[in-house]
Design a protein around this ligand. Structure first.
Ligand SMILES: Nc1ncnc2c1ncn2[C@@H]1O[C@H](COP(=O)(O)OP(=O)(O)OP(=O)(O)O)[C@@H](O)[C@H]1O
Ligand SMILES: [Mg+2]
Length: 261
């Protein structure tokens, strides 16, 4: 069985990418699946969200994609979740887009680097920065699928066509296997009419692609990163934990019997 790689991506900032990547990865690992969270964002929120201090780490995604260190030597175990590892972001990742401008096959660096992990993990979940730059392109090129968090607010759908055309371009040029895993509605507040409207619009425009499970706005989800914990270890009874657990379950069901494995 080889690894299945999901890229969590949206060029809009603050839509729930990192919250989704951390809690999806933890949810998969808690189901017994060997999972690695790859932090492609120089903000390093996913790394610190799992309790690691990016300033104290000297090997991570940066060293891996530049060929300075192997993925297997750069990954770290996440605290308290046995099957979960992190390929962390460090501050030097900030300069990588500039440093790689003229590099050969620069979009394929992550894909090549992750080959070492192929037989060690069942899932890789990649957290992307809020841009469509070289780091995101590397992530989309390395992935089997893109999972797109969509925050239920004004203009949510506007950036989506830009993102789906980027996915299409990557599929045609760099990575023909890239599928759309699905659109995940995040920060849903059922008392807010606008939320319902955005959710309805998304389901109308993308009838087959919006996940049934919706992530509610839940204060416990926003608190857990400051304790360096995924939601299940912070408040497993919260609505946020239940929703992300359901998302993990959906993906396990879908991919554990998929034909590519
Ligand atoms: N379902 C939710 N309920 C409440 N707060 C949430 C929820 N999801 C995310 N948040 C909070 O919203 C903020 C943005 O979320 P997050 O960091 O996951 O977004 P992002 O898309 O990764 O942001 P960036 O584009 O900066 O990387 C964070 O403070 C997070 O804790
Ligand atoms: Mg983020």
């Amino acid at each position: 069985m080889s690894i299945y790689t999901i890229c969590v991506s949206n060029q809009k900032g603050g839509v729930g990418k990192t919250t989704t990547a951390v809690n999806l990865a933890a949810g998969l690992a808690l189901r017994g699946l060997r999972t690695i969270l790859v932090d492609m964002d120089p903000q390093a929120n996913a790394t610190s969200g799992l309790g690691l201090n990016p300033r104290k780490i000297n090997r991570g995604v940066y060293q891996t994609i530049l060929g300075i260190s192997d993925a297997t030597r750069s990954m770290l175990p996440a605290a308290d979740i046995e099957k979960l590892f992190v390929l962390p972001a460090t501050q030097d990742l900030l300069g990588v887009e500039v440093e790689m401008v003229n590099a050969v096959s620069r979009e394929y660096r992550l894909r090549e680097a992750l080959k070492d992990l192929d037989n060690l993990f069942d899932f890789a979940v990649i957290d992307c920065p809020p841009s469509l730059g070289l780091l995101t392109l590397n992530a989309l090129t390395a992935a089997h699928s893109a999972l797109i968090p969509l925050q239920c607010e004004y203009y949510a759908l506007e950036g989506l066509s830009q993102l789906t055309s980027t996915v299409e371009l990557v599929r045609r040029g760099l990575n023909p296997r890239l599928a759309l895993e699905g659109i995940l509605l995040t920060m849903f507040d059922r008392r807010n009419n606008l939320c319902h409207q955005v959710a309805n619009d998304a389901r109308t425009h993308f009838p087959n692609d919006v996940f049934d499970v919706v992530i509610p706005r839940n204060v416990r989800l926003s608190e857990s990163p400051s304790f360096g914990k995924p939601i299940y270890l912070y408040d497993r009874a919260s609505k946020g934990a239940k929703a992300y657990s359901q998302l993990a379950e959906t993906l396990v069901r879908k991919h554990m019997k998929a034909t590519h494995r």
